[in-house]
Design a protein around this ligand. Structure first.
Ligand code: F0G
Length: 430
């Protein structure tokens, strides 16, 4: 196994710490930490073959779309067990019509909704809860807009740990709340938004001996970066021009950026795709920072968007996200709720459902093609981060009664009425 350690992500600090350090921030400068490895003895070129062979294996680790790529995250001490629910292994689907709708890119979607708890969080949760178990934690905690809490609750249950989730009161989807409750988590509803819930949790994390699994925890990002290996395998290792994803707390873009640099270092790719992160216009501090050329993020104090998963005003990972955008010559875009729901409808016409936040990526692509920042004909992979059933009501709420009644007919059980209704249906366009 390669030697692994924690390292401060701040270029001017770079202080190192042991892997089992209880702190998730640099004890020197307070910066974010990365898990780092010595990859010098790893034969990158042999990994493609090895990873491919494991697809036919029935070993528990190989059944996971994270641990099948374990050479990329060799942090687990010898003899420790992984905590897995066969996460990952999600499809990459070509969506031709949606690609045309965005302005003519060759678009595929990587659907992370097809994960055990229905979102991309499961990739990071298997790695993070595995580490939590390895260091003997008994109680895990997170603040969440809903998906992290559902995922943490499931993996904590699997590992036999207690789970405590902090969510903004009345501001997360009922489906996500139901998931956390069903998996036995204790749910603390606190504050108006994610940022408040998170800052309250951080005040007591240490005192109460909680193991924090928010994406400030560098082990989360380790699992999340493996999405890249699946995307590249599914494209026969042809690097796309762009990978586009929605941004909230900016953990996912940070993870993918880190993964890309590691794959390049290992010689598995010779060029990098441009990373694109899309934020909702009511919760877009990262976009505003980049667009204005500012050097620091200015938090949005009252974040607001119907895409509740990304309703975050003070993203903790913004420095790592900036590193990812800079390293890949990436872009950031901001989209309105209307644009998000239009993109969601476009995907639905391709037979693909997702939760609203996920559609922000496709809305961002359309806007960037219109602005000629993404060239028509480009090969683009959009990450859809969560399942359609995570938040089915928000889309329906935006449609008028009249529009819905065109599709939803209540018919008395009489043959005559039914015939008339069906004739009406057959006359309408699809
Ligand atoms: N899409 C979905 C469906 C999400 O749930 C989230 C984040 C994001 C995108 C943004 O990802 O934070 O890595 O930039 N949800 C978190 C949660 C914050 O608590 O479930 P990010």
């Amino acid at each position: 196994m390669s030697a692994a350690y924690l390292e401060c992500a701040d270029e001017s600090c770079r202080q190192r710490f042991p892997l089992d350090s209880a702190e998730h921030l640099c004890a020197g400068c307070g910066g974010l930490l990365d898990v780092r490895y010595d990859f010098s003895s790893v034969d990158g070129k042999a990994l493609r073959q090895l990873w491919s062979e494991r697809k036919a294996s029935s070993a528990i680790a190989d059944q996971s779309g994270v641990w099948r790529f374990q050479e990329l995250l060799p942090f687990l001490a010898e003899g420790k067990e992984i905590v897995t629910l066969s996460e990952g292994r999600t499809p990459l689907i070509e969506v031709r019509r949606t690609g045309e709708w965005t302005g003519g890119v060759k678009l595929s979607i990587k659907h992370q909704g097809n994960n055990p708890t229905g979102s991309f969080k499961d990739l990071g949760m298997t790695s993070c809860i595995t580490q939590a178990a390895a260091v003997g934690s008994r109680v895990t905690a997170c603040a969440s807009t809903g998906n992290t809490s559902a995922s943490m609750a499931a993996y904590a249950a699997r590992a036999g740990m207690k789970a405590v989730v902090f969510v903004p009161a009345g501001k997360i989807s009922a489906a996500k709340l139901a998931q956390a409750l069903e998996f036995g988590a204790f749910v603390i509803e606190i504050g108006e938004n994610f940022d408040q819930a998170f800052s309250m949790l951080r005040l007591l994390t240490e005192e109460m001996g909680l193991y924090l699994v928010n994406s400030i925890n560098p082990f989360r990002l380790e699992g999340q970066k493996t999405i890249l290996c699946e995307i590249l395998e599914q494209r026969d290792w042809r690097v796309p021009d762009y990978i586009v994803l929605p941004g909230g707390n900016l953990g996912n873009v940070s993870a993918i950026g880190k993964g890309l640099l590691e794959l390049k270092q290992l010689g598995l790719v010779d060029k990098l795709p441009r990373l694109v992160v899309t934020q909702a216009s009511g919760a877009n501090p990262f976009y505003t920072m980049l667009a204005s050329g500012a050097h620091e993020i200015v938090p949005v104090t009252e974040p607001n968007t119907a895409a509740t998963a990304i309703r975050i005003g003070d993203p903790v990972n913004w420095r790592k996200a900036l590193r990812a955008i800079r390293a890949t010559d990436g872009l950031c875009e901001s989209v309105t709720d209307d644009q998000i729901f239009e993109a969601k409808s476009a995907l639905a016409r391709d037979g693909v459902g997702c939760e609203p936040a996920s559609a922000a990526s496709v809305a961002g692509i359309r806007k960037l093609v219109q602005a000629r920042q993404i060239e028509p004909g480009s090969e683009v992979v959009a990450v859809l981060t969560g399942h359609q059933l995570k938040d089915p009501e928000s889309g329906l709420r935006r449609r008028s009664e009249e529009d819905l009644n065109r599709q939803r007919l209540r018919v008395e059980p009489s043959l005559e009425k039914l015939r008339a209704a069906l004739e009406n249906v057959l006359m309408q366009s699809a």
